[in-house]
Design a binder for this molecule. Structure first.
Ligand SMILES: [Zn+2]
Ligand SMILES: [Zn+2]
Length: 357
């Protein structure tokens, strides 16, 4: 089968393999024939061999962890699933035995193995996953190009829902990449009082403006580019939100954006931190003033709750959450490098790959 593998431990060393052996599911596992798969921000970190992820991967490994498809083979002992069932899967594979797992917090399992990093992922014609990680999809609600990135949508929904509340509050989405754009859609859907978006990439800014224009005034949206507005931006946002925002959803991982997020929060506010800085350290200026004395909450967000976030996300889609605009490109899987280049230049949000094309 065809697959995209990270071939060597160095930036850019992803290659299309033409004749990889089709994997066989072990006991309790299923094999899924991948219909659509999507490139994620994490794949970009892997592709560029960022220190934040490099230590987790031992090439060669098939990358990719967002997909949907149809069950193709059932391993021994798998019950409750049939051939051709339409599914996606949670690609965090957890131990079920650590304190986090036993407390019902599988998304922060201390022994998490991520398919597409620690073991073979889904940039392939076939992927093997534990049956317990499958999520059943309704094709009438979730077409394949949307089903391909539910992992990322789950990140967005989990980040939004990790705030104590959204409705009636001033919310800032820091970084309007794919997950930021999804989070903005969820924030609007959940009835925030106002939405502020910060972003530096021209293409992403363009798409943010286009999306906001299509909302027909359902929510006040203001869009800022810190690169051109400079230090005045924080003051402008404060003035527009009666002193500061209540919730920051930090999706960029860019150190200046994280610092601006702390600065622009109103006392008592909350920052949900999904963005992963490329460097391993982060220096915070005026930490006591900007964080402690304002009584802020800052929460790290990883993955999605298993499987509460999946249920909530599918329910949001059923109730009409629109994420169609997130998919900017649909390419054959063999055009993976083109998709990565589009993402690197900020010209794409979600690049959906088709391994069957
Ligand atoms: Zn992802
Ligand atoms: Zn565990």
């Amino acid at each position: 089968m065809q697959a995209i593998q990270m071939a060597r431990p160095e930036a850019g060393a992803a290659v299309l393999i033409e004749n990889l052996e089709v994997p066989t599911p072990g006991p309790g596992e299923v094999r899924v024939r991948v219909q659509n798969t999507a490139i994620c921000g994490t794949d970009r970190h892997i592709y560029h061999w960022d220190p934040s992820v490099a230590s987790m991967i031992t090439p060669p490994v098939t990358i990719g962890h967002e997909f949907c498809g149809h069950i193709d083979t059932l391993g021994d002992g798998v019950e409750g699933w049939n051939l051709e069932d339409y599914v996606s899967a949670e690609m965090h594979i957890v131990c079920g035995r650590c304190r986090s797992c036993q407390a019902g917090n599988k998304h922060i399992c201390e022994k998490t193995q991520i398919a597409g990093l620690h073991r073979a992922g889904c940039f392939a014609e076939y992927v093997v996953v534990p049956a317990g990680n499958l999520v059943r999809l309704d094709p009438k609600i979730v077409p394949p190009h949307i089903g391909s990135f539910l992992d990322a949508l789950g990140n967005a929904v989990h980040t939004v829902q990790s705030a104590s509340s959204i409705a009636g509050r001033h919310v800032l989405v820091s970084g309007y990449g794919a997950i930021g754009a999804m989070a903005a859609a969820v924030v609007e859907f959940e009835g925030a009082k106002s939405l502020t978006i910060t972003e530096v990439m021209p293409g992403h800014l363009e798409r943010a403006k286009k999306w906001a224009a299509g909302l027909n005034g359902r929510i006040p949206v203001s869009i800022h580019d810190p690169a051109t507005e400079g230090p005045d931006m924080v003051e402008r946002i404060r003035q527009a939100t009666r002193g500061g925002v209540d919730v920051v959803l930090e999706m960029s991982g860019a150190p200046p954006a994280i610092l601006a997020g702390l600065e622009v929060l109103y006392p008592g506010g909350e920052m949900m931190q999904l963005g992963i800085p490329s460097a391993s350290n982060l220096e915070i200026q005026n930490f006591a003033q900007e964080f402690i004395f304002k009584g802020l909450t800052w929460r790290g967000i990883l993955g999605r709750r298993m499987f509460a976030t999946w249920d909530e996300m599918l329910s949001l889609l059923q109730r009409g959450l629109d994420v169609e605009h997130i998919v900017t490109h649909r390419l054959p899987m063999s055009s993976f490098h083109d998709g990565m280049a589009l993402l690197d230049r900020g010209e794409a949000h979600k690049v959906v790959l088709d391994p069957t094309a």
